[in-house]
Design a protein around this ligand. Structure first.
Ligand SMILES: Cc1ncc(COP(=O)(O)O)c(C=O)c1O
Length: 426
């Protein structure tokens, strides 16, 4: 592509520069590594950018703790790290100290909490309810639990974009043990009203488990205020914790005593260094913890948490809404005439921080955006180009430039050479 912009003569440019100038979060961008100023990164909803401060944290763990202090480091901060960082993350999801722990991956945490929830439910509650917007790993895991425990998994159908509220209300009944949903769904970006859905579940006597992966770090979340029972989520998207960084889980305090973690590992034991052969769970959130944490990855999530806390979820959400409204407004004149259609909710209250566009050539267009257009969005099967807007570092001018580059790629038909392209991670 010859002209990568910026494109001052095209509609929306002045608005973008004005919005950037008045952006109260503008200075946060400098806290992240940016090795290529021409590259427009639109995939922070998959893997967030690297906080510069993460380098120093990793250096400290490698050069001082691991190298020098060796195993003594467990007694000098490592042993409690997942609890300390869980408490740090808690305000980002509306939880109290002692309700969140950093642990394992989202998939594993979902298994632990879903299993614990259905095992705790009364006889006669034989149903797990989810929807077809949920992330596949969640559905696979819920299905696996249903098969293992001889329960029924009900996958409520949606229109592909919006949460199927009425069908969910019909599916959730006195036979439901657990409802498990993504708070913000991975493809369309639809965001559930957590309080309303949680009330719906509780009215039927069911527990609710939220996957917050696409919400945390992008908006205020109120697990306590909405009465939510359980939640899981990752730290590598809007929390910028790093590739494969450990996930978190939330168990409402009143449930901690009665729910049993199906993985009875030694880190959840009341006396792990007693080395007795009988498993006695410890009290509190620690009992949902299985085994030794990957300290390098765990320590590296702290700078991202600090940045999100300093920015505040409210200010982050405010910018996220402004970015996605700006993108959607631009798309009406620059992308829709070129075959794109909005595949996310139009109402900003129902949208997370990514916006999806459907296009019949979505895959080669995504490839061309990456290979030729110096933009990184991602592709979601079968026809979505997904644009992640990360309020801590995405600028309005980047959105403007990206939309102009996309329009040029279509006009030049440069994407056609990628029609047969393949990739493992899309
Ligand atoms: C909503 C949601 N849940 C779970 C996952 C993946 O979980 P894990 O980190 O265990 O691979 C993703 C990955 O993008 C996701 O978007």
């Amino acid at each position: 592509m010859e002209d990568l912009g910026p494109f001052p003569s095209r509609p929306g440019y002045n608005e973008a520069t004005a919005l950037d100038q008045s952006d109260p979060l503008g200075s946060f961008r400098e806290l992240f590594v940016n090795t290529d100023p021409e590259l427009i990164y639109l995939d922070g909803n998959s893997l967030g950018r690297m906080p510069i401060a993460a380098k120093e944290v990793i250096r400290l763990v490698v050069e001082e703790q691991w190298s020098d202090r060796l195993i003594r480091s467990w007694n000098e901060g490592w042993w409690e790290l997942q609890l300390r960082l869980g408490d740090k993350l808690a305000p980002l999801v509306g939880a109290k100290n002692g309700e969140v722990v950093i642990s394992d991956s989202t998939s594993i945490n979902l298994y632990k909490l879903a299993y614990a929830a259905v095992r705790s439910s009364k006889e006669g509650r034989r149903k797990i309810v989810t929807d077809d917007l949920n992330f596949p790993t969640d559905v696979y895991i819920l299905d696996g639990i249903a098969r293992e425990l001889d329960l029924e998994l009900v996958i409520v159908e949606s229109d592909g974009i919006n949460g199927p509220i009425d069908p969910l209300s019909k599916a959730i009944d006195r036979t439901t043990a657990l409802v498990s949903l993504s708070h913000t769904v991975f493809k369309s970006g639809y965001t559930y009203d957590m309080a309303a859905l949680t009330s719906m579940c509780h009215a039927a006597g069911a527990l609710v488990l939220w996957d917050l992966s696409h919400s945390v770090g992008a908006m205020p979340i109120d697990l306590n205020g909405s009465g939510a029972d359980l939640a899981v989520g990752c730290t590598y998207k809007y929390l910028n914790g790093g590739p494969g960084s450990p996930a978190f889980l939330y168990v409402r305090r009143e449930h901690q005593q009665r729910l049993a973690d199906p993985i009875s590992g030694w880190w959840g034991h009341e006396d792990p260094f007693g080395f007795g052969l009988e498993w006695t769970p410890t009290e509190g959130i620690r009992k949902f913890h299985a085994g030794t944490m990957p300290i390098l990855s765990l320590a590296a999530i702290e700078p991202g948490l600090d940045h999100a806390l300093e920015a505040t979820p409210q200010a982050i959400r405010h910018k996220s809404e402004a970015l996605s409204n700006y993108l959607i407004d631009l798309s009406r004149t620059a992308l829709e005439p070129r075959g794109f259609s909005l595949a996310s909710p139009t109402d900003q209250a129902l949208r997370g921080s990514h916006v999806s566009f459907a296009h019949e050539n979505a895959w080669p267009i995504t490839k061309a955006m990456i290979e030729v257009g110096k933009m990184i969005p991602d592709f979601r099967n079968p026809d979505n180009v997904r644009i992640g807007l990360s309020p801590l570092y995405t600028t309005f001018l980047e959105v403007h430039t990206a939309v102009c580059r996309m329009a040029d790629l279509i006009d030049s038909e440069a994407y056609q050479e990628f029609e047969g392209a393949s990739a493992t991670v899309t």
